[in-house]
Design a protein around this ligand. Structure first.
Ligand SMILES: Cc1cc2nc3c(=O)[nH]c(=O)nc-3n(C[C@H](O)[C@H](O)[C@H](O)COP(=O)(O)OP(=O)(O)OC[C@H]3O[C@@H](n4cnc5c(N)ncnc54)[C@H](O)[C@@H]3O)c2cc1C
Length: 414
């Protein structure tokens, strides 16, 4: 359930432990013998994807910690600080479960007045979860959700995308991850079917010109080392895969029979994928927070000593990647990612992955993202890169892949 696995429509099987995500995808589908029912692929309207349609390019740094998100409790003077940051490429997906753990620790103090630092998806879900537990919550933040890194993401269910490295995360983390993922999944289901579709599902198609089982990542370079020897992951195989732990609740992928394949490529799969419409969902979360009596104070903190001036004694700290400087947490590794946005296309609500790029049609726009054009890096793309500025050529390259695909698709369907 890395982005790659997700777009592949794969819920990782045990074979994913070997980290050959591409190769495990057919293994998953074949083992289940799942072929989409004949005739169940609807007519798909080709999308209008061209560089002159670009409405926005957003860049974001995934807050990646090799040992997984930080959820421990720290004392700063008489303040109790509960950390809740470092969710890598999985923050949207794990938010509610992570909030539940952090708020449980806050509740143990028996203090009802809580401060939350940060108003990204982690801060906002922490604040709402605390309110639902009967607490009086004030959010202190530099930016509100629409201006945070959170809304520069893709916004799909990807709960183990760059969330940890297998070895540094250790033996206890998988169970904690499972707890967060199951809790989040269940909570998100409560937001389905609401006006504006804050949370929705999309048919997501992964396409390939060659059989999926012929796709492999090159093995690690001899002598390249790994996280334990270099302080940075060196190969995609070091990243953790936990998808198998929740396989019983996530819709499985289907093979598409060539006779039903609407795309001009030889191989196709389809997955039913949960996704988040940032505009509707973000607006709903902020409204819920205010309606429950929540307060927001715009404020920037510069070092932990600043917390002493807060009236609250219990603080849930949700600054995302900013903890690298604000809390001097140098275990955070930036993982750069970029999403490009085209106008919404309500007549074509589906997703596609092809040639190392992803496209997802959402209510707030068509999102295009470069994943791994080289097909050699996997989870290593963007690791250690903190360049938070738009790269137009990357955006145009990803758009070109889909422009070409839809042009061919249109011709073959005339
Ligand atoms: C390209 C890309 C695609 C992604 N796609 C997905 C996806 O499909 N699914 C998924 O689950 N995850 C995805 N992610 C990951 C997800 O976006 C992050 O894990 C998540 O947004 C982290 O949220 P956060 O609330 O911790 O941090 P942020 O969104 O960065 O929020 C931090 C908050 O803290 C505040 N703050 C920071 N420092 C201070 C300070 N010093 N003083 C006061 N306030 C402060 C900020 O103003 C902000 O309000 C993606 C990430 C990227 C980069």
């Amino acid at each position: 359930m890395k982005r790659r696995d997700l777009f592949a429509g794969s819920l990782a099987l045990g074979a994913l432990a070997a980290r050959s995500a591409w190769t495990s995808i057919p293994a998953a589908a074949q083992a289940l013998n799942r072929t989409a029912p004949a005739g169940s692929v609807p007519h798909l309207t080709p999308m209008r994807v061209h560089a002159d349609q670009i409405a926005d390019i957003k860049v974001c740094l995934r807050p990646f910690r090799p040992m997984g998100p930080r959820l421990d409790v720290e004392k700063i003077g008489d303040k109790t600080v509960i950390h809740n940051y470092g969710h890598g490429g999985s923050g949207w997906s794990l938010s509610w479960g992570s909030a539940d753990i952090a708020v449980g620790k806050a509740a143990a103090t028996l203090d009802k007045k809580i401060a939350v630092i940060g108003c990204g998806v982690i801060g906002l879900t922490s604040a709402l979860t605390a309110q639902r537990a009967g607490m009086d919550v004030t959010i202190y933040t530099k930016d509100l959700l629409p201006h945070t890194r959170s809304v520069r993401a893709n916004g799909s269910w990807t709960p183990d995308s760059r969330v940890a490295l297998t070895k540094p995360a250790g033996d206890a983390f998988p169970a904690l991850w499972e707890q967060m993922a199951r809790y989040s999944w269940k909570t998100y289901r409560d937001y389905l079917g609401l006006p504006g579709n804050p949370i929705d599902f999309r048919d997501n198609y992964i396409l390939s010109d060659i059989p999926f089982d012929q796709k492999h990542f090159p093995p690690p370079q001899p002598g390249a080392g790994d996280y334990s020897t270099t302080g940075k992951p060196q190969h995609t195989s070091e990243f953790a895969d936990y998808g198998d732990l929740i396989r019983d609740i996530i819709p499985n992928p289907e093979e598409i029979d060539p006779r039903d394949n609407p795309f001009p490529v030889a191989h196709a799969r389809r997955a039913n994928m949960m996704m988040f419409n940032f505009g509707a969902y973000g607006h709903l979360l902020l409204s819920e927070f205010y309606q429950a009596g929540g307060k927001i104070v715009i404020r920037e903190f510069h070092n932990p000593g600043d917390l002493k001036s807060l009236p609250e004694n219990v603080i849930i700290n949700c600054p995302g990647y900013a903890a690298h400087d604000w809390w001097q947490d140098k275990t955070l590794i930036p993982v750069r990612g970029q999403t490009t946005w085209l106008p919404p296309q309500a007549d074509a609500l589906y997703g596609v992955e092809y040639k190392g790029a992803a496209l997802l049609s959402k209510t707030d726009g068509v999102m295009v993202q470069a994943l791994d054009f080289s097909h050699t890096l996997g989870e290593m793309v963007g690791v250690g890169n903190s360049f938070e500025h738009a790269d137009r050529s990357e955006a145009e390259q990803a758009i070109g892949i889909f422009e070409d695909l839809f042009a061919r698709m249109g011709k073959e369907h005339v």
